[in-house]
Design a protein around this ligand. Structure first.
Ligand code: PTJ
Length: 267
């Protein structure tokens, strides 16, 4: 039997699952460097499963949600980008670029606290060009009382005062708590019926690795847009419809696979 001794995770570019394996290995490497929590591997696997059912592409409704998300971030008084281990491992450069374009600080806010994780995430963001990172000084943190998880400790100059919080890849408890204290939430979640997806004001049902480059593109396009235009985009966006259409995409994709799945065996 052939064994796979490939310990450095080099994936041949012609591998049919190259993209997916590349990001899987980024998560594994991230875990070895303490950036990603052990549970982050499981979260990633759950995401992969939904991504598969979305055809591993950014669909039209996700693109609409991305435009609404960017408009909402531009309209915010204090927008903030919340960073966890998975996003930091998958797309640090894009997080930093988006943060600079829309002028929204990055705040590290972790579910699984473990010694060395904040520092490891800080390093990967700094290596990607981040200048200011919030959520790093434990002594200055304040609590969000409505939340019982580790995520309740937030930066007084970040999530605490933010009116719009961008939470890529999130657990449901915090989204609910942040909503209850009046914040607007933008979430990226491949699972359209997670509690985060349902609670958020704008849910981008897509893979964060595709969403961030698209957000950067739209952020550049809307940079000089008038406030009226941004308000119009946000008002026209309907998150309930967005989630329902995302679920329809999954249903249609599965139906198509029911017909087409075995065709690949003929190639
Ligand atoms: O770094 P920490 O300590 O803050 O922990 C981060 C994780 C992600 C481990 C923590 O927040 C967690 O346990 O999250 P959940 O509850 O597993 O939720 C993660 C959600 O993200 C699930 O609904 C997944 O389907 C979704 N997801 C996973 N990978 C991606 C994704 N959504 C978008 N893009 C992905 N690449």
């Amino acid at each position: 039997m052939k064994t796979n001794n490939n310990q450095d995770h080099d994936v041949p570019k012609d591998h049919p699952r190259y993209e997916s394996l590349k990001y899987r290995h980024k998560i594994i490497e991230g875990m070895k460097k303490l950036i990603v929590a052990e549970a982050g591997l499981i979260a990633h696997g759950r995401g992969e499963c939904f991504d598969y059912m979305l055809g591993e592409k950014t669909n039209e409704i996700a693109k609409e949600a991305i435009v609404a998300a960017v408009a909402l971030l531009y309209l915010a008084k204090y927008p903030i980008i919340s960073i966890n281990g998975n996003v930091a491992a998958l797309c640090p450069k894009e997080l930093v670029e988006l943060s600079k374009i829309i002028n929204a600080p990055l705040e590290i806010n972790l579910f699984y606290r473990k010694k060395g994780r904040v520092e490891a995430i800080m390093k990967v963001l700094e290596d990607a060009g981040a200048e200011t990172i919030l959520g790093i000084d434990e002594t200055k943190m304040v609590e969000i009382e409505e939340l019982s998880s580790n995520r309740r400790n937030v930066d007084p100059n970040g999530i605490k005062i933010a009116d719009v919080v961008f939470v890529p890849l999130e657990d449901g408890d915090r989204t609910e708590a942040l909503k209850k204290i009046g914040k607007k939430i933008i979430a990226v979640d491949l699972n359209p019926i997670s509690r985060t997806s349902l609670w958020a004001d704008v849910t981008i049902v897509d893979n964060i690795v595709r969403t961030l480059p698209e957000m950067i593109k739209i952020a550049k396009k809307l940079k000089d847009a008038e406030k009226k235009e941004l308000i119009n985009i946000v008002e026209k966006f309907d998150n309930k419809n967005n989630i329902q259409v995302s679920l329809d995409s999954i249903i249609q994709y599965i139906k198509k696979q029911k017909e087409d799945a075995f065709k690949i065996l003929k190639d």
